[in-house]
Design a protein around this ligand. Structure first.
Ligand code: URA
Length: 241
């Protein structure tokens, strides 16, 4: 990780707001390599420098990374006047960090939502350049047909753009499928099926690149990523944090 502002690191590592972090720094409660540092804009490299808050070393200066099993009916947004959002499902200590979703899900879609304060990671997961494949499970109003498989694979014409090649697997019975896509345009999976004359009745995201939805998470639950899940994501996106 490159050098970061001290207030950002203290906020992340101490699960504080930026404002609270700045106050604690100005109050002399933060040390860098054992020396009190009262300037929130000091640049510090957490890979080589030791930051402590109230005498306690901040071990977790890593970005926050959560996976949530998003329920249908919840918006992929921080706040909304009317509908519940993923932010409303988080306890205060995470909600105040202003986390972003690495790839949104429609209100009626469910499943894996990756939430983080690492903007560069979000960018790389969304960008097709780093090839983070997103895997969805879809239930349809009528069975998928064998011809749909090569149609998805050759890149469907969606009118305003041509989708990148996608991998469609038809599950027994035909009314349920999995589809792996490399991009995440608005209503992308629903539009791809619509282009083949099918309506998606239920959509669940199962995977984002190397990260798989933890099946033990009930709808609406979340957890922090494990060390190996974090490492795999950072390796996939070539960030190596
Ligand atoms: N594709 C969609 O149509 N909706 C989603 O929420 C995600 C992918």
């Amino acid at each position: 990780m490159a050098a970061e502002r001290l207030d950002k690191l203290v906020a992340q590592g101490g699960l504080l707001t930026r404002k609270d972090a700045r106050e604690r720094i100005r109050a002399g409660q933060v040390t860098v390599d054992g020396q009190v540092c009262r300037r929130p804009d000091t640049h510090v490299d957490p890979a080589v420098q030791c930051v402590a808050l109230g005498g306690k070393t901040l071990g977790s200066l890593q970005p926050v990374l959560l996976m949530m099993n998003k329920p249908a009916g919840v918006l992929t947004a921080a706040r909304d006047g009317r509908d519940p959002t993923f932010q409303d499902l988080l306890p205060e200590k995470y909600a105040r960090l202003g986390l972003s979703a690495a790839g949104r899900l429609d209100k009626d879609a469910e499943g894996l939502l990756l939430l983080t304060d690492d903007g560069e990671l979000v960018h790389r997961i969304i960008s097709p350049r780093w090839k983070a494949e997103k895997l969805y499970y879809a239930e349809l109003d009528r069975p998928a047909e064998p011809d749909d498989v090569p149609a998805f694979a050759s890149g469907l014409d969606l009118g305003d753009f041509t989708a990148l090649p996608a991998r469609l697997t038809i599950l027994p019975g035909g009314k349920a499928c999995t589809v792996a896509v490399m991009e995440g345009k608005f209503h992308q999976v629903k539009r791809m099926f619509a282009a083949r004359g099918k309506k998606v009745l239920r959509l669940v995201r199962l995977k984002i690149g190397t990260l798989e939805l933890d099946k033990s998470l009930k709808s609406g639950e979340f957890r922090e990523l494990s060390e190996s899940e974090r490492r795999d994501l950072y390796e996939m996106t070539e960030l190596y944090r």
